[in-house]
Design a protein around this ligand. Structure first.
Ligand SMILES: [Zn+2]
Length: 426
């Protein structure tokens, strides 16, 4: 006789846990909502002490409906976006964790809620509603995560399809300086830099009509490229703050000198490997310089990319395998995080993520195959969960936040998720 355990495929909450309907259509923006976004941008943008510039390209005469895609590093991006498209009405996609405590305001502003990195059919329906019924702008931050190294993250392949289906132009808003001002890996400490953004119509309605979905995606991919460190150097922008490297070890977790992982720390303007003792300093132009011997990578995104290549090699040669006991929190609605206690998580190329735990006396097993997750939502010093580093496993009805034993795994898992997806879907 076999004694097979029975698992639930979702965490078993009590029946009275308040859910949030993600499929809820956004409201058509009222004049008051639009005015409120105007007031917010007018109040926030002057706080940028080194100024803010917006350049409009191919935007003359363009009227909604259209799709607006923007890169996103911090809350000031909302002010830039609101300012860039005023006085046109829009509906903006926002992640469920952004709704935490602020859901009433976001609903009034016309936002629509989604869970990151899931197939959300209701979002497709809401996109159609905004463009075809309201005749307004459908706005989103398509990377669905803050860039770790100030360069473009993976874009969802469904964007081209959305544009084609709705036969509307595509506009791209690229912010520069927002990452340097508040890098994802140190987002509680501001660096003084100017902001510069471009808003550009990259595909007209006619282009969309005549091009294949693949071609549309290629153009979006190309136009969405950015590199804030390169922009800093090209524009000779000096970051003089004495804490400018603080937090950098969160993304640069592998030492290129002794190859060890999770041994880097950062302090002031320095990044050091605690294993071999090698130290790099971050210059005022955002470059790295080794204090001893060779500077392996002066450009921070090159170091990050090198780590990505190493993870890819591990996946391909079969040496990549992650297994850990993690602290977990569930976020089924938008109202409360639930402490789910400890759980076991594994990640590899064959099975993707498997999370097993027990809550409310019921065992659960959450499986995210490699092909179901093209990227991973991670957070550094996540304010909603006492400032810890964590990653999120999304399900249809829940967001499970996991805190790994080794902090650096948050970054490595994000790279492994993206590379595994590419390998399986090539
Ligand atoms: Zn080292």
């Amino acid at each position: 006789m076999t004694n097979k355990k029975s698992y639930m495929e979702e965490v078993c909450y009590s029946d009275n846990v308040k859910k949030y309907d993600l499929s809820k259509p956004p409201i058509k923006q009222s004049k008051t909502a639009l005015l409120l976004t105007r007031l917010l941008s007018k109040a926030l943008l002057p706080l940028l002490r080194k100024g803010h510039k917006l350049e409009k390209i191919n935007m003359d005469g363009l009227k909604p409906p259209y799709i607006l895609l923007s890169n996103h590093m911090q809350w000031m991006d909302f002010a830039v976006l609101f300012d860039a498209i005023y006085p046109e009405r829009f509906n903006l996609v926002a992640a469920n964790h952004v709704y935490y405590k602020d859901y009433a305001l976001l609903e009034k502003l016309g936002c629509m809620c989604t869970r990151k990195f899931i197939t959300d059919i209701s979002l497709v329906r809401n996109c159609h509603r905004v463009l075809q019924e309201y005749g307004d702008i459908f706005a989103m931050f398509p990377e669905a995560r803050y860039s770790p190294d100030g360069t473009q993250s993976v874009l969802p392949p469904a964007i081209g399809k959305l544009a084609k289906k709705n036969k509307v132009p595509v506009v791209i808003l690229i912010n520069h300086g927002n990452f340097l001002n508040q890098p994802f890996w140190s987002h509680y400490k501001f660096r003084k830099v100017p902001f510069y953004a471009t808003i550009k119509q990259v595909l007209t309605a006619e282009d969309i009509e005549n091009m294949s979905i693949d071609r549309i995606n290629q153009i979006i991919e190309k136009e969405f490229q950015y590199d804030d460190y390169k922009w800093q150097k090209d524009n000779n922008i000096l970051i003089t703050e004495k804490y400018r490297a603080h937090g950098l070890h969160k993304i640069l977790y592998q030492c290129p000198h002794c190859m060890s992982e999770g041994t880097t720390t950062s302090n002031g303007i320095s990044l050091t490997c605690n294993r071999c003792g090698k130290t790099w300093e971050m210059t005022e132009l955002g470059e790295l310089k080794a204090l001893q011997g060779e500077t392996e990578f002066s450009h921070i995104p090159d170091w990050y990319k090198w780590q990505r290549e190493n993870v890819r090699k591990e996946l391909l040669d079969g040496t990549y395998k992650y297994s850990d006991e993690v602290q977990t929190y569930g976020f089924p609605g938008v109202y409360k995080y639930f402490n789910l206690g400890k759980a076991t998580v594994t990640h590899d190329l064959e099975n993707g993520f498997v999370l097993t735990g027990n809550y409310n006396g019921q065992d659960y097993r959450i499986h995210k195959p490699v092909s179901s997750l093209y990227s991973l939502h991670i957070e550094y010093e996540f304010g909603h969960l006492k400032g810890i580093d964590c990653f999120e496993l999304p399900t249809k009805n829940d967001s499970i936040y996991c805190i790994p034993t080794n902090e650096y795994m948050v970054t490595k898992l994000a790279l492994a998720t993206e590379e595994a997806f590419k390998i399986v879907n090539k």
